[in-house]
Design a protein around this ligand. Structure first.
Ligand code: ADP
Ligand code: TYD
Length: 205
C-alpha cells in the first residue's frame, strides 16, 4: 500500500507519519517512509538546491522541474521496487504538493503540471492521500515556535502564498477519491485514530 500525506507546512504531517509508521510496524508490516523532495542520493542533492536560501533567484519553472526530477528518480529507484515487494510506503508529500505549491501557489498552469506528473510518476499514484488541513494562521502560530533561522527557502514564503496553497489543496481533494481530509486542529491522538480507521477500511476493501 502506498500512502501520502499532504498539507501546508506545520500541518502535522511528520507527527502523524511517525505514529502511523510505528503502528504498522507493531502489526508486523515492513514500512518505508519517504520524504519529498529527497529519498534517494540524487533526489537529496536536488532537495538541497531547492531549499537553499541562497537560491532566491530560482524561477518557478525551474523549481517545478526540479521537484519533478527528484520525484521521477524516487519513484523508479525506491517506490516501485518497495511496492513490488509488498512493503508499505508512506510519503511525506508527493505530486499533489507540486500541484498545490507550484500550481495554485506560484501560478503555473495546472494542466501543464499534470502532464509532467504523467512523465515523472506515470501510474504510480498513492492509494490513499491524507490531507491535513489547518488555517494559515495556525501554521504561523506553530511556525513561531520554530527558530526562524531554520526555515527553508519555501517555508519563508508569505501568508498569501500559503492561502493559495491551502485553497488549492481544498480544490484538489474534490477531484479524486483517494483523498481523506483531516482537521489538523484536532488533537494529535484524534487525528491518528482517524487515520488508522481509514487505513483499516481501505485494507478491508
Ligand atoms: P509538518 O511535517 O506538516 O511540517 P509537524 O508534524 O512537524 O508538521 O508539526 C509541526 C508542529 O506542530 C510541531 O511542533 C508539532 O509538534 C505540532 N503539531 C503537530 N500536530 C499537532 C496537532 N494536532 N495539534 C497541535 N500541534 C501539533
Ligand atoms: P519539507 O522540508 O519536507 O517540509 P515539511 O516538513 O513542512 O513537509 O518540504 C519542503 C518544502 O517544499 C515545503 O515547504 C513544501 C515544498 N514543496 C513544494 O513546493 N513542491 C513540492 O512538490 C514538494 C514535494 C514540496
Amino acid at each position: 500500500m502506498f500512502v501520502s500525506f499532504e498539507g501546508i507546512d506545520f500541518s502535522g504531517k511528520s507527527t502523524q507519519i511517525n505514529l502511523l509508521r510505528d503502528y504498522l510496524i507493531s502489526k508486523g508490516n515492513e514500512v518505508k517512509v519517504i520524504r519529498e523532495p529527497g529519498g534517494t542520493e540524487i533526489s537529496e542533492k536536488i532537495r538541497n538546491v531547492l531549499l537553499d536560501k541562497k537560491n532566491s533567484e530560482m524561477y518557478m519553472e525551474t523549481e517545478f522541474l526540479l521537484f519533478s526530477a527528484s520525484r521521477a528518480q524516487l519513484v523508479r529507484e525506491k517506490i516501485r521496487p518497495y511496492l513490488k515487494k509488498g512493503i508499505y510506503v508512506i510519503s511525506d508529500r508527493f505530486h499533489d504538493s507540486s500541484t498545490a505549491y507550484q500550481g495554485y501557489g506560484r501560478g503555473l498552469p495546472i494542466e501543464v503540471i499534470q502532464n509532467i506528473h504523467k512523465l515523472a510518476i506515470g501510474e504510480t499514484l498513492p492509494d490513499l492521500t491524507f490531507f491535513i488541513d489547518i488555517p494559515v494562521e495556525v501554521a504561523y502560530e506553530r511556525k513561531q515556535l520554530k527558530h526562524s533561522d531554520h526555515l527553508d527557502r519555501i517555508e519563508e514564503s508569505n501568508g498569501d502564498f500559503y492561502s493559495r496553497v491551502r485553497k488549492g489543496y481544498l480544490e484538489l481533494v474534490q477531484k479524486e477519491n483517494r483523498f481523506r481530509v483531516l482537521n489538523g486542529e484536532e488533537s494529535i491522538e484524534e487525528i491518528h485514530k482517524k487515520i488508522l480507521n481509514e487505513i483499516k477500511i481501505f485494507e478491508q476493501r
